[in-house]
Ligand binder design. Structure first.
Ligand code: NZQ
Ligand code: ZN
Length: 391
């Protein structure tokens, strides 16, 4: 087990009607709030009005900016930075999922930085940020307690760029998690969010670090819970118990707890970000394609890890004479599970129109790569490996 530091400062306020507490919590952090949200869902459900009422009841001034799209855009982040400075806003309330929260994180760090916010997505670590409060509406990205923000620049040269920033400064100060807010999620978003949660666990689970049984067993617990609860939420969208467990899993999968003491991978995520940058696809659906493809490619080199996955997550008996068969079966079970949720499992299922070899080559070239020229932690992938996985 490796040495580590772990800080998860986000106060989690979990349960029914917790939205009513947003004003009281926000009042601890600021007096003038940017209320940031997405397209239509939070307006239509009346959630934005509820949040506004709660903020105003605490004498917090509110300025609203909606319109954050999935795969949030750098242009809106920049616009809001100007607005925040002009209006002397001191707090950001993000109502939505990963896209809204990530946009809020960009605004929060950009507003207190003299340079261009895109610097942070190109590797600069932010030292300060305005406080952020979250009202989560979709369990998926885990951004409510994570140290990352992923934003897409649609105006750069050579096509869209989707890049992730890393930092502790903008971790939300509080996050309100009311499972009932997720009842309105379309099945596709419930499923894609579920895949993302599982992917966040698996990026940490597949490791070369020895003696990390505690965190491995915690990962298996989250994965098994998702496999059990996701089909329930899909057939019975207002099942509180299922929605609640999935929502808490979203946070636990990505707040850093599950990678304490162990090296992580992240190749599948990096490869997926190129898919979303090219075709603007839903992140979780892209992962349903990339994760099994990555697993099939690397498992022959890491049979032990994949046998353990099949055995402990899917309850497979270990074939001691042919362990590679158990490894392969575990991956097939995962792929079949994603399919049963209505997720795509190939790029052709995911995108409309033709997918050319040039598309795969260009994604391979752009795929952000480790300083040593490779990608991933479990197996160090070369550019040719990445291309083969896309293929
Ligand atoms: O815009 P509205 O109308 O609200 O619709 C949203 C959106 O279309 C809808 N939705 C959300 N809550 C709803 C709802 N519809 C009905 N009822 C509700 N309660 O769901 C759609 C997707 O929302 P989005 O915020 O995009 O989803 P998600 O949380 O999956 O976020 C995806 C983004 O997060 C990034 C992804 O790359 C992607 O850009 N990620 C961020 C991470 C982080 N910051 O730590 C880590 C992840 O690995 C990921 O990369
Ligand atoms: Zn993800």
């Amino acid at each position: 087990m490796d040495d580590f530091e772990f800080l998860s400062p986000t106060k989690i306020i979990f349960g029914r009607n917790t939205v009513e507490k947003v004003g009281l919590e926000a009042a601890r952090w600021g007096r003038k709030a940017l209320l940031h949200y997405g397209g239509k869902s939070a307006l239509k459900s009346g959630l934005i009005q509820r949040v506004k009422d709660s903020l105003i009841a605490q004498d917090i001034k509110v300025i609203e900016v909606g319109g954050v799209v999935p795969n949030p855009r750098l242009a809106l982040v920049r616009e809001c930075i100007d607005l925040v400075r002009k209006e002397k806003i001191d707090l950001i309330i993000a109502v939505g999922g990963g896209s809204v929260i990530d946009s809020a994180k960009g605004i929060a760090m950009g507003a207190v930085y003299e340079g261009d916010v895109w610097d942070f997505y190109k590797g600069k670590i932010p030292e300060a940020a305005l406080p952020i409060g979250v009202v989560l509406t979709i369990p998926a990205a885990g951004s409510e307690a994570s140290n990352s923000s992923v934003v897409t620049d649609t105006d750069g040269e050579g096509g869209w760029r989707k890049l992730g920033a890393k930092g502790e400064a903008y971790k939300p100060r509080f996050a309100i998690l009311d499972p009932e807010l997720t009842y309105t999620l379309p099945a596709y978003q419930t499923a894609a969010g579920g895949v993302d949660i599982m992917a966040h666990v698996m990026e940490r689970y597949f490791t070369n670090t020895p003696d990390v049984d505690l965190t491995s067993r915690l990962c298996e617990g989250v994965l098994k819970t998702m496999i059990q609860q996701l089909p329930i939420a899909l057939t019975d969208p207002e099942n509180y118990a299922a929605r609640a467990q999935i929502m808490w899993a979203s946070t636990l999968a990505h707040n850093g707890l599950l990678d304490t003491g162990r090296a992580t991978d992240w190749a599948s995520h990096r490869m997926e970000h190129e898919l979303s940058a090219k075709w603007d696809v839903t992140h979780g659906a892209g992962l349903a394609v990339m994760f099994p493809a990555w697993m099939k490619y690397v498992s022959p080199k890491k049979t032990k890890q994949f046998v353990e996955f099949g055995n402990r997550v899917f309850g497979l008996d270990v074939d001691v004479y042919h362990p590679e068969r158990t490894a392969r079966e575990g991956i097939s079970r995962l792929e079949a599970f994603f399919k049963s949720l209505g997720m795509p499992t190939s790029i052709r299922d995911l995108v409309e129109g033709e997918v050319t070899d040039d598309d795969l080559r260009s994604m391979t070239e752009r795929c952000a790569i480790n300083p040593d020229g490779t990608l991933g932690g479990l197996v160090k992938l070369t550019r040719e490996d990445i291309y083969q996985i896309y293929k």
